[in-house]
Design a protein around this ligand. Structure first.
Ligand SMILES: Cc1ncc(COP(=O)(O)O)c(C=O)c1O
Length: 453
């Protein structure tokens, strides 16, 4: 390490304390190591601070919006204050609504359920399935994968130019790719959408844990994200943004909490008056622990400061990318090219290796948890690999011969709780596996590689 890099490293913040940082796992080759959780893009570990807040609240747990007792009142306050915290975290407009859901998938399906009649939807084929699939009952246009951020804006502009400017339209775009980690030009896409009378929803599932997301600064109409990727894995998510479409529609779920007044009609039916607040789409008893944990994570990240979190993450990204670049058999997947700004999500293939086999060896021989496969973004991975990803192939046998196209990829992802040692161990493991091969035998079980023990 050069002197200047060492000096720069000292200025980096330390990782935020997360649960599981001391957990050890057995290695097939003998002994134990501290688990290196490098699958943050799937689910990030809980921040210690979030866990402590939840534990402190747990004895006071009570029903929300449903009880006269002290703990119900306290829990209701906590729930509603969490809404305010999330609104502040996202820089919401005064008349935006924050709706608590189960996840990003749930949030986007909720938005799909309230689209005005004849709404057109525009979505890039590169999206995660959670943003790609909910619109299939609408008039949806799937846009081809762009190869630069500028091309993304042009592609959207041309698609919107052909539409009826007076009809409702929605653009759905991800902030950071769950496959390449690359940032999308959200502000520019929002400007293009609005210039053509369309609205835009930001899938911030991968962006919010790594970067500040300001709804007004980005000028997007809605933002969706999940607690479990934001260090708050207690089963809640968020949809925040414009109230009008949400309030003009029937509730997403019909039931208690969403209804203000219900009465039998003379003809034997039932009349319902729905709430016109966020409660309209929050029927059923809410997950107060999940919601409170999200608010706690929002506060913890804000207090830690995104400037220093981003600086530390970029330092880790540099280590991983430099390490992978030194292994000629490794190819990192990228849509926008090497210089594109990105978060700590990196997918790659290894020439001559089955991706499931490689990921299994990282786990069993090095105690490193990554993900392999297609990452719920099949069209994007297909574009990036230039292959038709259908099967994993047999374990041990590469799914593609050396020099041929892989069918699946390996993804390493990290964030605010990741120590340097985890990414250093990962780079060392990749280098050794490619150079020396696996030290253990693996077999296929239910389509996945597992150690043959
Ligand atoms: C970009 C993106 N959008 C949406 C989702 C769906 O999130 P969830 O599974 O929490 O609903 C994911 C999950 O990986 C994602 O990466």
């Amino acid at each position: 390490m050069s002197v200047s890099t060492a000096a720069a490293d000292q200025s980096l913040c330390t990782p935020l304390p997360v649960l599981g940082r001391d957990v050890t796992v057995p290695l097939v080759t003998g002994g134990e190591v501290t688990y290196a959780a490098l699958d943050y893009a799937a689910s990030a570990p809980a921040l210690q601070r979030v866990w402590d807040d939840v534990a402190a609240y747990a004895p006071y747990y009570g029903s929300v919006h449903r009880g006269a007792g002290y703990l119900s009142q306290l829990s209701t306050d906590l729930f509603e204050n969490s809404r305010v915290t999330v609104a502040e975290f996202l820089g919401c407009r005064a008349d935006d609504q924050v709706i608590f859901t189960r996840s990003t998938t749930d949030s986007l399906n909720l938005l799909a359920a309230v689209l005005p009649a004849d709404c057109e939807v525009f979505v890039f084929e590169t999206e995660h399935h959670a943003s790609l699939l909910p619109w299939r009952d609408a008039r949806v246009t799937y846009l081809n994968a762009p190869r630069t951020p500028g091309e993304a804006v042009q592609t959207l502009e041309s698609a919107l130019a052909d539409r009826d400017p007076y009809g409702p339209a929605l653009v759905c775009v991800t902030g950071a790719s769950n496959v390449t980690g690359e940032l999308w030009p959200v502000r520019e896409l929002a400007a293009a959408a609005h210039a053509h009378g369309a609205r835009i929803v930001l899938d911030a599932a991968q962006l919010a844990p790594h970067h500040p997301v300001d709804i007004q600064d980005l000028d997007v109409d809605w933002v969706a994200f999940s607690g479990h990727k934001l260090y708050a894995p207690f089963g809640s998510g968020v949809l925040a943004g414009r109230a009008d479409w949400l309030q003009a529609s029937e509730p997403y779920l019909a039931g208690g909490g969403a209804s203000r007044k219900v009465a039998r009609r003379a003809d034997g039916g039932v009349d319902v008056e729905w709430h016109d607040s966020a409660a309209r789409h929050e029927a059923g008893s809410p997950n107060v622990i999940g919601v409170y944990s999200i608010a706690s994570a929002c506060k913890a990240l804000t207090e830690a400061g995104f400037d220093s979190l981003v600086a530390r993450e970029q330092h880790l990204i540099g280590k991983v990318r430099d390490g992978l670049a030194a292994v000629p058999e490794v190819k990192v997947l990228s849509l926008f090219g090497d210089d594109a700004p990105r978060v700590g999500v990196i997918s790659f293939v290894v020439d001559g290796w089955n991706s499931s086999h490689f990921a299994a060896a990282l786990s069993a021989e090095y105690g490193i948890g990554v993900r392999d496969g297609l990452f719920c973004a099949h069209p994007l991975v297909r574009t990036l690999l230039g292959s038709d990803p259908q099967s994993q192939g047999e374990c041990g046998a590469p799914e593609a011969a050396p020099g041929e196209k892989s069918l699946n990829a390996i993804r390493v992802s990290f964030g605010a709780g990741t120590p340097d040692e985890h990414v250093e161990r990962f780079v060392r493991a990749v280098t050794e596996l490619v150079r020396d091969g696996a030290r253990w035998n693996y077999r296929t079980e239910d389509g996945r590689c597992v150690p043959a023990v």
